[in-house]
Structures are given as C-alpha cells and as structure tokens.
Design a protein around this ligand. Structure first.
Ligand SMILES: [Zn+2]
Length: 96
C-alpha cells in the first residue's frame, strides 16, 4: 500500500472519477480509519491504476496533483475508445 494511493482515494472520496463507481466495492463511504482503506487496497491493488493527467512522456510528474486513482478496467476502456477515434493517439502510444 503506498501513501499516494491512499491520499488520492481520500481526495476522491473513494470514487473512480471515470465511471463514478466506488474504487473498491463496499467502500462507498469514508472509512473510520485509514487502516480500513489500506486493507481494501491490499485486496484490490491489481484492479486500480494511478492515472497521470499529464503523461510522464509529456513532462508530467508523479506528484499527487498530477494523479488520480481509477479502475484499471476504466483506463483500458478509455484507451481503447481514444485509440478508435484518434489516430494521433494511436501513434503516440504505439497502437497504430
Ligand atoms: Zn471506474
């Protein structure tokens, strides 16, 4: 469990900003203690993804202000949607 993920989750009230659903099923509320979220994150770690607003290749940082926590599957679907509609995006990500 890393501190940045916990900070992001708290800032987002435990919600994925892409789909509006809870980042962690059963965690649609603020936990009584950070320890609860740490336990959830340990269980769900693989399904969450730290998304950069500005990609690192474009000079984005790993600071909290440049990051948000999203479901991995939401990131995948957005990447696919963007790739389907934007050929420059495809080139940038080597998908063309
Ligand atoms: Zn989501």
């Amino acid at each position: 469990m890393d501190r940045i993920s916990l900070t992001l989750a708290a800032r987002q009230k435990g919600l994925c900003p892409l789909c509006g659903q809870a980042l962690i099923v059963g965690a649609e509320y603020e936990p009584d203690s950070p320890r609860e979220w740490i336990d959830w994150f340990d269980a769900m770690k693989k399904r969450l993804h730290k998304h950069h607003f500005t990609y690192r290749r474009d000079g984005g940082s790993d600071e909290v202000k440049n990051l948000r926590l999203v479901h991995s599957e939401c990131t995948d679907s957005i990447m696919r949607a963007m790739a389907a509609t934007n050929s420059r995006f495809c080139e940038a990500f080597g998908l063309a």
